[in-house]
Design a binder for this molecule. Structure first.
Ligand code: 5GP
Ligand code: MN
Length: 336
């Protein structure tokens, strides 16, 4: 059963003059893919309307091939224009997040002050209550899959094209770990089939996204593997990367994407973490991954000011890198 609460949404879209599409801070493939797919589709149907994608900040270089990304506005670079556009919007789509705080402090403040109607399409747990139109389902592997279902529901399917397909394919692919996570369903594969029928060159998308390594990134991966530690009796593995190690390899946004998964690939490990020092923001950014019943969303919420999904979550710490790891080890050894 699909969980749409979209009564009146089609009418709201057709009467709105100005619409915005926003997603979370540090946007990933699902965030950028879903935003661009919805943008291109709405533009296709309503070319006369003013529609703007606004992302809190830049995404990694490996997504820079996505179609029509040059039309995206970044809040961090253009706070006043972005605020103005948000304030003038009759309808705001919030994709791949469910709490304004995930848009980052500044943009969250702007969004919270608006009395505009919001649409939420998202697959994370515990949604906040700001949306008039809602499609929230934690069992679906990606927001891009939900955008496809929304297009079907709203009767937009005939307007889909190759570019929209490329954006959706990318988000479904990245958020399902290239179709291997348990959230990948037969419906996911059906949708992927339909996207290929739209002209999406699937193997090219994998190449464009994943075969973009710099030598520096691979050397940094080497350091991460050297720093990999295992707490055997608790089936936990973790990696740390200091600011110095990042600097030594000319760290670029996105370079550490996927590193945390190596911990999970060790035989017997069902909980993996990576701790990445960010001197500029004075935080340690943490990613958690798990398999089976280990709930890292709960763990991140309880201990590291974060959240996400049951098997993939993130958080942060204001302690030093060493202190953060010590805190983590202590929680683990007390059976969290
Ligand atoms: P990643 O580890 O790839 O950054 O994030 C994994 C998942 O956890 C994503 O679904 C992301 O939205 C969520 N997540 C990452 N960091 C945070 C955080 O600081 N707070 C919350 N609530 N969710 C996060
Ligand atoms: Mn997502």
């Amino acid at each position: 059963m699909k969980k749409f609460k979209f009564d009146g949404l089609k009418q709201a879209i057709s009467t709105a003059k100005n619409m915005s599409i926003v997603s979370h801070r540090n946007p990933d493939g699902d965030a950028v893919g879903s935003s661009l797919a919805l943008y291109i589709c709405l533009k296709e149907i309503y070319p006369e309307k003013s529609i703007q994608v606004i992302l809190p900040n830049k995404y990694p270089a490996f997504l820079e091939w996505l179609p029509r990304q040059d039309e995206i506005l970044f809040f961090e670079q253009n706070p006043s224009t972005s605020t103005e556009i948000l304030e003038q919007s009759d309808l705001i789509f919030t994709l791949d997040f469910n709490d304004f705080s995930r848009a980052g402090h500044q943009m969250a403040e702007v969004l919270s002050a608006l009395s505009t109607e919001f649409v939420m399409i998202d697959h994370h747990q515990q949604p906040s209550e700001y949306a008039k139109y809602l499609y929230s389902d934690t069992s679906i592997g990606s927001t891009c899959e939900m955008i496809y279902e929304s297009f079907v529901y709203l009767g937009f399917k005939d307007s889909l094209n190759q570019q929209i397909g490329e954006c959706l394919y990318t988000g479904i692919m990245t958020d399902t770990g290239s179709f291997k996570f348990p959230s990948t369903s037969s419906r996911t594969h059906q949708i992927i089939g339909e996207l290929i029928d739209l002209g999406v060159e699937n193997s090219k998308i994998h190449q464009n996204t994943f075969d973009q390594n710099s030598l520096n990134r691979l050397h940094l991966l080497g350091v991460a593997m050297q720093n990999l530690r295992v707490i055997e009796q608790h089936q936990v593995a973790y990696i740390s990367l200091s600011q110095q190690e990042l600097d030594q390899h000319q760290f670029q946004k996105g370079d550490t994407e996927g590193f945390v998964n190596y911990g999970l690939s060790i035989k017997g490990i069902n909980f993996a973490a990576i701790f990445i020092e960010n001197k500029q923001e004075q935080i340690i950014k943490i990613s958690f991954r798990s398999v089976g019943d280990v709930d890292v969303n709960k763990f991140a919420r309880e201990h590291f000011d974060g959240g996400g999904h049951k098997n993939a979550a993130g958080g942060k710490s204001n302690l030093s890198l060493e202190e953060t790891i010590r805190k983590f080890e202590k929680i683990i050894k007390n059976d969290y």
